[in-house]
Design a protein. Structure first.
Length: 131
């Protein structure tokens, strides 16, 4: 049910190595999905990337991945911050050599909802989506 929105292509050198996309949530509000290349190699085949999702005035969460030979070798350093409310049940996982994901529960005003962000490598492209 996620939106596949952020695509970082092999050899596609973005200024600053960062892409920001706006995602419309089920509740009609927007969140931001960011893929940022950490300085180093310019190609997706090898490198370190920061994957982040932000819901303005509510929360920010994300993680880092290491990519080698078009495979995710490490999913690490999860981070999250609730601006209001609480984040709990945070789970960072490497699903396969081509997918990593972060899932968490956000509690605010008695309402609890699961959110997540994932990244996968498909056809030498880094694709991030929400769930």
């Amino acid at each position: 049910q996620g939106n596949e929105v952020a695509v970082f292509q092999d050899g596609f050198n973005l200024q600053g190595g960062k892409q920001v996309f706006t995602v419309e949530e089920e509740d009609g509000e927007e969140s931001e999905l960011v893929i940022e290349e950490i300085p180093g190699k310019a190609r997706v085949a090898n490198g370190t990337y920061k994957i982040m999702r932000t819901k303005p005035r509510a929360w920010t969460a994300g993680f880092y991945i290491k990519v080698s030979s078009n495979r995710i070798t490490k999913v690490y350093n999860r981070f999250y911050k609730a601006i209001k409310g609480n984040i709990s049940n945070v789970k960072l996982s490497k699903e396969s050599d081509s997918e990593g994901r972060l899932a968490f529960q956000y509690d605010y005003s008695g309402s609890k909802k699961m959110y997540g962000v994932k990244v996968k490598i498909l056809n030498k492209k880094l694709i991030s989506s929400t769930f």
